[in-house]
Design a protein around this ligand. Structure first.
Ligand code: GTP
Ligand code: SPV
Ligand code: MN
Length: 612
């Protein structure tokens, strides 16, 4: 289409910002779509109808939808993801740094003509509640040639032209270009892989080519909400952008209210922790509210010296596996008929329009007729003995925050919430106790930087590998880890009333039979309550070289039975294992040239305490 036709589409949609117009026109000239369409959230019903008509979505019950992504496009690809800037000093160990000019040029060539015959959707969005002190870093315009991606964006971000009219600086929006590409011919996972997912961070431009799945394609989410914002947070010297969940707990008896933010690597329990701490496990005493499950931006309010946090997202892109009435009833309530939820890569029954995933019920449906696995293959046609999963292990549901039954009443309050604790955790089968509290800032940041956990299916080909994942930001780190550590010390160090830190672990396993020692899920409220009591001086715990752990007596175990031997193990520090760990940590930290001395001092303090 001609530039004049693009201008006409922008006129009709009321896009007046000249910088947005120039950006859209420029990229339409590169990717050569057949049409340009500007999207508002109010277009959802029409776009859903079009997607159903086109077979991009299937009905999955009233107001529920099912989609499948290409079989080789089901998770993030860490090797194909790049942060490019014009400053070589931004190169870190994990960010796959490349030169901005070079990457921009090669991405442009990859994208040239690749939207031919398709519609280019123009999706203006805001990654913040309106009026947030960080709103200036939150605006973006995604260009995508994929309608299901638009439907996901409408659920995951605040979408509409109105956000462009309110920019304080009309040039200050993230330019986020997504081109799907010819998925069956991109050589995924081979030497000839064509995919590149690039954030040109110092130009606030995101160029993703070769996927239509999840964070690879919904660019507001991790590309902007995490990688770009991580970079902006430091460049502006104002904030942190982290892969954190965010929740609130109120004690109805005492009237106390706490907020906890926490980083766990992908597919390691953030959604579940933030959503499923329904209060009934501990009688009716506590009320737990959901703020966010994947991203938090944190800053310090100079007025009260506290760290504040907000969730820039508008929805949840949650792991389906093992979500059921017992583990996470709240999640099931948020994807009920009428919610508009979209399920991706789970199993689907095209006769009954039901969906299923491993762990939704104990056994898969007995009647196989109509059931198809995530690849679209008929379950009834499977070879005997084929027990491959029906749903992809990284299959997900997408729903808006407002559908989450325990979403906090003030989740859209631009002020954010004051943070009482920052916790880190992950899948760690041994060594890490249930919870250990850390009161020193440098030791807390050190603990985050040495977060080691098992990798999961959220990234291609890494499941089960033990690896360090600093603050759960390894796949989203935008600049060097040493500078990142320094920025953390500086931002949180500016708080006169800082949060406490803690490390948690719900995933210790019995070495022999592999059972989880701690029941997890809703019961995770108990260690969090202990942490808040400890912070408030209402619990003493037991000091260890690696932090303060609860005594069994202090932990609220009302109505919960866990074998004494299991409790014993999750409330204990295995000094030998920890001493061995310190050598690995040393090696890990040594990779980060220029790491602040305060972090090394923290490391040496812990090491010395372990030797004593
Ligand atoms: P991303 O969206 O990928 O960033 O992941 P997340 O950290 O939000 O992970 P999520 O909460 O979706 O959990 C991933 C998997 O861990 C799911 O299959 C959960 O059922 C399982 N899980 C979560 N919490 C617990 C827990 O306390 N105990 C056990 N055993 N499993 C858990
Ligand atoms: C993750 O992988 O950590 C996610 C899902 O939260 S995605 O948006 O695909 O990155
Ligand atoms: Mn995540």
């Amino acid at each position: 289409m001609s530039a004049a036709d693009v201008e006409k589409a922008l006129d009709e949609a009321g896009v007046s910002n000249p910088h947005v117009r120039e950006y859209v026109t420029y990229w339409a000239g590169i990717t050569e779509p057949a049409a340009v369409e500007v999207v508002n959230a109010s277009d959802d019903a029409r776009l859903v109808a079009e997607a159903l008509e086109a077979g991009e979505l299937q009905p999955a019950g009233e107001g529920l939808y099912y989609s499948r992504s290409y079989v080789k496009d089901t998770a993030r690809s860490e090797e194909r993801t790049i942060v490019a800037t014009s400053k070589p000093e931004d190169k870190g160990v994990y960010n796959n740094w490349r030169d901005a000019e070079e990457m921009s040029a090669s991405q442009l060539e990859r994208m040239r003509g690749q939207s031919a015959g398709k519609t280019m959707y123009v999706v203006p969005y805001l990654m913040a509640p309106q009026g947030s002190p960080l709103e200036a870093y939150a605006a973006g315009v995604e260009l995508t040639d994929n309608r299901p991606v638009v439907l996901h964006m409408i659920r995951m971000a605040r979408v509409g032209v109105t956000y462009l009219d309110q920019l304080e600086d009309p040039q200050h929006f993230v330019r986020a270009v997504h081109v799907t590409g010819d998925l069956p011919n991109l050589g995924q996972g081979t030497d000839a892989d064509q995919r590149y997912f690039v954030t040109v961070a110092d130009q606030r431009t995101i160029l993703h080519f070769g996927s239509s799945y999840g964070g690879n394609a919904l660019l507001g989410k991790i590309a902007h909400g995490l990688r770009q914002a991580c970079y902006d947070g430091r460049a502006s010297d104002r904030f942190l952008a982290e892969q954190f969940m965010l929740l609130g707990i109120s004690d109805k008896e005492t009237g106390k209210r706490w907020h906890i933010a926490g980083g766990f690597p992908s597919a390691s329990g953030k959604t579940n922790l933030a959503m499923t701490l329904a209060p009934d496990a501990l009688g009716d005493r506590y009320h737990v509210e959901f703020y966010g499950d994947d991203i938090a931006w944190l800053w310090v309010d100079p007025d009260d010296g506290r760290v504040y946090a907000m969730n820039p997202e508008f929805g949840v892109f949650g792991v389906a596996k093992d979500t059921n009435e017992k583990t996470n009833p709240t999640a099931l309530d948020s994807i009920e008929p009428g919610s508009g939820a979209i399920f991706t890569n789970v199993a689907y029954n095209d006769l009954t329009q039901e969906v299923w995933w491993e762990g939704k019920t104990k056994n898969p449906p007995a009647e196989l007729e109509g059931w198809h696995d995530w690849k679209g293959e008929k379950i009834a046609d499977r070879e005997p003995g084929d027990d491959s999963p029906w749903a992809h292990p990284n299959s997900r549901f997408t729903t808006t925050l407002a559908n989450v039954p325990n979403v906090a009443g003030d989740f859209e309050d631009p002020k954010g919430v004051p943070v009482d604790a920052i916790i880190f955790g992950g899948r760690t089968r041994d060594r890490e106790p249930l919870v250990r509290a850390i009161t020193d800032l440098a030791e807390g940041v050190y603990d985050g930087l040495t977060l080691g956990a098992e990798a999961t299916f959220a990234a291609d080909g890494l499941d089960g590998q033990l690896r360090y994942d600093p603050m759960s930001m390894r796949p989203f780190m935008a600049y060097s880890e040493a500078d990142y550590a320094a920025h953390w010390l500086k931002i949180i160090g500016a708080a006169s009333n800082p949060p406490i830190f803690a490390h948690v672990n719900w995933f210790q396993k019995d070495a022999e039979d592999g059972h989880f020692l701690w029941p997890g899920y809703r019961e995770n409220l108990r260690p969090l309550l202990w942490l808040m009591q400890f912070k408030d001086g209402d619990a003493k715990g037991e000091a260890t070289p690696v932090g303060v752990i609860p005594t069994l007596e202090e932990l609220n175990m009302d109505g919960l039975e866990v074998p004494a031997a299991d409790m014993d193990r999750i409330l204990k520090i295995d000094l030998d294992r920890w001493r061995q760990e310190m050598d690995f940590r040393h090696e890990h930290l040594e990779q980060f040239d220029g790491l602040p001395e305060a972090i090394w001092e923290a490391h040496r303090r812990v090491a010395k305490a372990l030797e004593a």
